[in-house]
Design a protein around this ligand. Sequence first.
Ligand code: NAD
Ligand code: AHE
Ligand code: ZN
Length: 374
Amino acid sequence: GIGKTITCKAAVAWEAGKPLSIETIEVAPPKAHEVRIEIYHTGICHTDAYTLSGLDPEGAFPIVLGHEGAGIVESVGEGVTNVKPGDHVVALYTPECRECKFCKSGKTNLCGKIRATQGKGVMPDGTTRFKCKGQDLLHFMGTSTFSQFTVVADISVVAITPRAPMDRTCLLGCGITTGYGAAIITAKIEKDSTVAVFGAGCVGLSVIQGAVKCGASRIVVVDVNDSKEEWGRKFGATDFVNPTKINKPIQQHLIEMTDGGLDYTFDCTGNVHVMRAALEACHKGWGQSIIIGVAAAGEEISTRPFQLVTGRVWKGSAFGGVKGRTQLPNLVEDYLRGDLKVDEFITHRKVLDEINDGFETMKQGDCIRCVLDL
Ligand code: NAD
Ligand code: AHE
Ligand code: ZN
């Protein structure tokens, strides 16, 4: 049937560097191969703040940000077969079409089907479903979860069991899945490996959780914030180093600590100097360093090529290498069985009206994740 436009509340980013405004917006019905979702909960991720800051080369305004959300399908457009109204879902900023060259390669979770329009902030047909004060609002990362209702492509959504609480599973939409997957899928950490995790936020702690699952023998947390030692140990880290409190470069310190360097290192900071240290802390001949952090526009990484010539490997990971439609339901089951920590990451909760406080909270050292109730 023909759906109606819904009027609801959303946090609108009118321009870069300004606080979000809570507005009444209009959300058009889903077109063919689109899904309209009532968002119940969303996390706030540093990538939302990064785009809001104006530093993201793909950032455009006005926009509805948010990409770590869970909700219930309200209606579907023509041709949608993977979800139906009433399904509990998580929005996927890394879609999975199962048809494109990327999806069929078996080598990556990146899907090419709608990446170009997603990066421009529009739906696959080139238009937007959001309006406010007569103006079109852009979509963000194909998800826009800072709205009570959003519209996404059908390949950007996965149904999960309704037994799982959405105020927790929303975090599987980004931070937790990203770090956990980077350890298990991208790095494929082997049993008894040594691991260093640079940055113990939601992403880094999730890498630790993945490394523990893989049977790593030693997991070193590197963080400039001393309070992250306790956080790291809670998730299974064995060592902690504050790089500002040692009198030599962190890579040298780690190499000495581990008889020549680590088997796997992870950048979970987005700082390009940390990325270099993480690569150079790898063991000669085989150590792999995985970049997860998002660096600002214009930043570049560097190291001596000799580091790679002598066997260290530099890799990156988006959404932890996880294929969302295929693999996210399993992560939810792992959580429900008690095999995947999720609740532990939630340090703060707020309602949509408090979203700007949520952004401020996120930037403080004691916040792992702030979950918004919409
Ligand atoms: P966070 O801010 O909660 O955690 C970062 C941690 O790094 C903090 O504990 C901070 O104290 C520490 N840190 C900062 N500078 C450091 C330094 N010089 N040395 C050591 N530690 C340092 O962030 P988060 O939510 O965990 O996200 C981490 C990064 O991952 C961000 O850049 C985010 O945008 C990115 N991210 C990437 C993906 C992806 O798919 N690739 C997904 C989610 C997030
Ligand atoms: N738009 C930025 C890049 C941002 C970026 O790297 N995004 C990550 C996810 S961060 C989630 O918190 C990602 O998955 N990238 C892969 C992709 O296809 O966007 C820029 O620099 O242009
Ligand atoms: Zn994110």
